[in-house]
Design a protein around this ligand. Structure first.
Ligand code: GLN
Ligand code: ZN
Length: 798
């Protein structure tokens, strides 16, 4: 016997049933009738997911991976630890209260949200204070276990482990050390384990992805304490005795990286099994085959839970066969991590090119791959020969397909020299050329790219996509929107304009549709947070742009005005980060291919008279590896990709970049190394805290720290924005300071954008004027040196 399991299954539904049920429930005002519908949808999804796992041939179905909003929040609810500021009674938390935690209510803002390790899934951040206690929480998990058992399934429960739950939380109200809460939290987990034991659950998978991080020693010590406490027999009973009252066996599940540096610690923990990720960190298998006790379960995550490629069963079998020989049934076969991060079922993709489709596996198919591997280990590959043959054929085709391999792209990538990764002249020289060309005022005003995506814009795009609107009518409709957006910007008095991105559904998908080597699925949705899903494009082959992708729109916008219009591109790292990426070459190489396509695009834009080009890299920070020792390598190739994309233009073409969604304080040197002429960067949400980093780090080029938070419908006024500009001037000299919002405006309405941008332009003018007057008095020189101007700016304002 070799046990087959997955670490978790997507909960959103093959057709996003959970999304639609949630949104209907919220729209209906969370009434009891609507709640009933939502609960029924949840039940149906769980039953369908378990059935899919059983039909695939898995030995256990996973219970506990379902959540109405987020699995971290659901775990908090289970152990009675939701944030106390809401004043809810933890042990009788209602579904409506659960959603209030997730989404906020009249009295309290929502819990914060941030990325789950290095994925694009966002969890709700636990809030811990000295007063936090844990204890009995909701019964949902136990009900779900009963539900699965009633449907005849063999149940393995998956829970976010106590260390990870603490690690991911934020300490507030003077809590010095989250670990101080560990004893109370462990007591709550023990109670959960006892109740699961009473229900007859054999195995509990404790998800502890934190082991893939760089952990402080105190947390490693805490791991010993935690698992020693959890593994204690609860009601006596010798090792191995059957029956109730004993805690379930514990499978400690790691994922997202190499945990072999902790092999000694992990091996010493009194758990019954360990799961390791062999997709992210294949080499750690050897370490654990040596270190992990022979009698304990070793679960090998060999089917990729983070990507959509079909498993190469021959290769996986070859890797596991030797382990199986030595360990027999103590070898489990699994997915590398939960399947939360991949779409549900490839069967929904009826329109995808059949050759490409054949290379893919979504969650349902991956569950089957796991089962096939376990069967092959147990009874020989001949018993599942057809599935091995199909996998072999797909792997063979991927190695040679002309859809994937484009000699021209490979030649271009090889021909790149270091010169291609640098602008011709240093920034100061470029800045002079650009000043001469554009003649912008001090504190130039601009926006980040998109303007409101109105229902009319969406309708036009949908009609075109579905063939109800012809090419020419579509072109004219989009041009009308561009005309409108340009007219608006002229009216606000902005200095640098944009075309508004009406033609783009999404900043990555738009390019994915036009680039060779990319494919777009119809239903490849994965949960981003709550009811929100994303549909990442697939990068399956060498990336090549057969023709310019943005020039027509940008050039049209430029034809409407004498002010400069910025061309708008999505950067190579962001395209990579927000797509499913090919696994047959390093990510760095794929990034470079995208960069080459973008380089040609910048040159085409330049040739069409577009003098400023913005290359957005909002995802640069989130691509940073979990382990510090891998940061330098990532940043080196990521920066190089950006520079290859942006360095093919003349000195007087101004390259902009934009970043948001992350805290950038720790990668400022890499951001400076991009050598963009101008960066617009999100700072409003932290109230310009990021700027403090510029106290020590002297950002060399031009920068627009944001003065308008577009994530809120609130319209900031002139005073507020002028105040933020003045704050920025204390760190950044006026010659290098821009004024802009913190992101694109596509989610806003025009009636919010109108007053906000008018006020922003007004604020810039006001500060400009004060600066001008102060300078008349101080008669400053016009050099580009930072420090002295920063002080003058400050003096002018103070
Ligand atoms: N240019 C894009 C926009 O304005 C940038 C979006 C982003 O940073 N996420 O929408
Ligand atoms: Zn942004």
């Amino acid at each position: 016997m070799s046990t087959a399991h997955v670490l978790g299954f997507p909960r959103i539904g093959a057709h996003r049933e959970l999304k639609f049920a949630l949104e209907a429930y919220w729209r209906a005002g969370m009434t009891p009738a609507a709640e009933h519908d939502l609960i029924e949808t949840g039940r149906a999804l769980r039953l369908a997911n378990w059935r899919a796992q059983r039909d695939a041939g898995l030995d256990y179905v996973t219970v506990g991976d379902f959540a109405f909003y987020d699995h971290v929040l659901s775990t908090l609810a289970l152990v009675g630890g939701p944030p106390q500021r809401f004043g809810f009674a933890a042990h009788e938390l209602t579904l409506a209260q659960y959603f209030a935690l997730a989404r906020g209510n009249a009295d309290q803002p929502a819990m914060e949200m941030t990325k789950w390790f290095d994925t694009n899934y966002h969890y709700l951040v636990p809030e811990y204070s000295p007063a936090t206690t844990f204890g009995d929480g909701v019964n949902w998990l136990f009900d779900e276990v009963a539900e699965a058992q009633a449907a005849g399934h063999r149940v393995k429960v998956a829970l976010v482990g106590p260390l990870t739950l603490l690690w991911l939380g934020k300490a507030r109200d003077g809590l010095a050390d989250r670990l101080a809460l560990l004893p109370s939290l462990l007591a709550a987990y023990r109670r959960v384990l006892e109740r699961l034991a009473e229900q007859g659950v054999e195995w509990v998978q404790m998800d502890e992805p934190l082991f893939a991080l760089d952990l402080p020693p105190a947390w490693l010590a805490a791991a010993r304490e935690a698992y020693a406490t959890l593994a204690l027999e609860s009601t006596g009973g010798a090792e191995g005795t059957e029956g109730r009252g004993q805690t379930p066996r514990l499978l400690l599940a790691t994922c997202f990286g190499d945990v072999s540096e902790h092999a000694g610690l992990l091996t010493s923990l009194p758990v019954d099994g360990l799961h390791i990720d062999l997709v992210r960190a294949p080499a750690q298998l050897d370490a654990f085959v040596r270190a992990w006790p022979a009698g304990k379960v070793l679960s090998c995550g060999i089917v990729d839970g983070r990507n959509v490629w079909r498993n190469d069963l021959d290769a996986s079998f070859a890797r596991l066969a030797a382990v199986h020989e030595a360990r027999g049934e103590a070898l489990w076969v699994g997915t590398s991590c939960s399947l939360l991060h991949v779409p549900v079922d490839l069967a929904s993709e009826t329109k995808l090119d059949p050759e490409l489709r054949d290379w893919l596996a979504f969650a349902t198919q991956k569950a089957r791959e796991v089962a096939v591997l376990a069967t092959a280990l147990q009874r020989g590959p001949a018993t599942v020969a057809a599935e091995f043959e199909a996998s072999r054929a797909a792997a063979q085709a991927r190695r040679t397909s002309t859809r994937i391999h484009n000699p021209l792209v490979k030649r271009r990538a090889e021909a790149l020299t270091d010169n291609d990764a640098h602008r011709t002249s240093p920034y100061a020289q470029r800045a002079a050329a650009q000043r001469a060309r554009f003649g912008l005022p001090l504190l130039p005003t601009t926006t980040i790219g998109s303007f409101p995506q109105t229902p009319a814009i969406r309708a036009a795009r949908a009609a075109y996509r579905e063939g109800r609107l012809g090419h020419l009518d579509y072109l004219e409709a989009m041009r009308e929107h561009i005309r409108f957006a340009v007219g608006k910007q002229i009216g606000y008095g902005l200095d640098v304009l944009v075309h508004g991105e009406a033609e783009r559904n999404d900043m990555v998908e738009y390019f994915g549709e036009l680039l060779w080597g990319f494919a777009i699925t119809d239903h490849g949705w994965v949960q981003s947070y709550g009811s929100r899903c994303v549909k990442p494009p697939l990068i399956y082959g060498d990336v090549y742009a057969p023709e310019p992708m943005t020039v027509g729109w940008a050039a049209f916008a430029q034809s409407l005005t004498d002010k400069p219009v910025k061309g708008m591109l999505t950067g190579p790292v962001t395209m990579l980060q927000w797509s499913f990426v090919r696994d047959d070459q390093p990510r760095a190489q794929t990034a470079l291919q995208i960069a080459l396509a973008l380089r040609l695009e910048t040159q085409a834009l330049e040739g069409a008279g577009i003098g400023m080009i913005q290359i957005d890299e909002p995802a640069l920070r989130e691509g940073l590896p979990l382990k510090a020792r891998e940061h330098a390598d990532y940043l080196a190739w990521a920066v190089r990709a950006f520079k290859v994309a942006s360095s093919g233009v003349a000195d007087d073409t101004q390259i902009h970049t934009h970043m948001c969604y992350s805290e950038f304080g720790d990668i400022l040197p890499a951001i400076a190394a991009l050598d963009a002429d101008v960066i617009s960067i999100e700072t409003t949400r932290s109230n310009m805290e990021l700027l403090d980093a510029f106290e020590t780090f002297n950002y060399p080029n031009e920068i627009g720290p944001s003065v308008y938070d577009i994530h809120s419908p609130r319209v900031p006024d002139t005073n507020e924005m002028a105040g933020l500009i003045e704050r920025a001037l204390r760190r950044i000299p006026a010659e290098r300071l821009w004024v802009n919002p913190d992101c694109g405006l596509k989610t806003r309405d025009w009636d919010q954008v109108d007053p906000a941008l008018r006020a922003m332009v007004e604020a810039a003018k006001r500060v400009r004027k004060a600066l001008g007057e102060a300078r008349k008095i101080a008669r400053p020189s016009m050099t580009d040196k930072g420090g002295c101007h920063a002080k003058q700016g400050k003096a002018a304002i103070a």
